[in-house]
Write a protein that binds this ligand. Structure first.
Ligand code: TYC
Length: 138
């Protein structure tokens, strides 16, 4: 025996797509929807994850370069004043630069690094020392 199944074609069809039930517990997002996905996703059952856009700042290393003329004490004072180093850390960094030729004074966002380089170069020039300070993208 053959049976013919007739599907209704009007909009009032009792056959409905299966929609997951709305979540009624848990934190709400700003527009009253649930956190962790789009509101539309609730209607379609699509699983998405909202990833908050977090931009980490571009960081720059500020480096001191060695030379034969700038007094060690001047370099130590610069490291203390401009880079807020303790006397001990300033001595350690100065000696590292003296022995290796280059050394890191700190890592900062672009504008902070730029300001520190300018302060070092200005104070070196005013005191007629050839001390060089540069920055490089990390
Ligand atoms: N080499 C220098 C001297 O012997 C000292 C010095 C250290 C200079 C570090 C610059 O970045 C520097 N007087």
């Amino acid at each position: 025996m053959t049976m013919t199944l007739k599907l209704p074609t009007d909009n009032l069809s009792p056959i409905r797509p299966v929609v997951p039930p709305r979540v009624t517990a848990g934190p709400k997002d700003d527009d009253g929807g649930r956190k962790g996905g789009n509101d539309a996703d609730f209607e379609t059952g699509t699983v998405t994850k909202t990833r908050p856009k977090t931009k980490r700042p571009n960081l720059y290393r500020v480096l001191l370069l060695n030379d034969d003329y700038t007094p060690m004490e001047f370099v130590v004072l610069v490291l203390q004043d401009v880079f807020n180093k303790s006397r001990e850390d300033a001595m350690r960094i100065m000696l590292h630069v003296h022995q290796k030729g280059v050394g890191e004074c700190g890592v900062y966002p672009y504008e902070v690094a730029e300001t520190k380089v300018t302060r070092v170069m200005d104070t070196a020039r005013k005191n007629q020392h050839p001390l060089q300070c540069v920055m490089e993208k990390q």
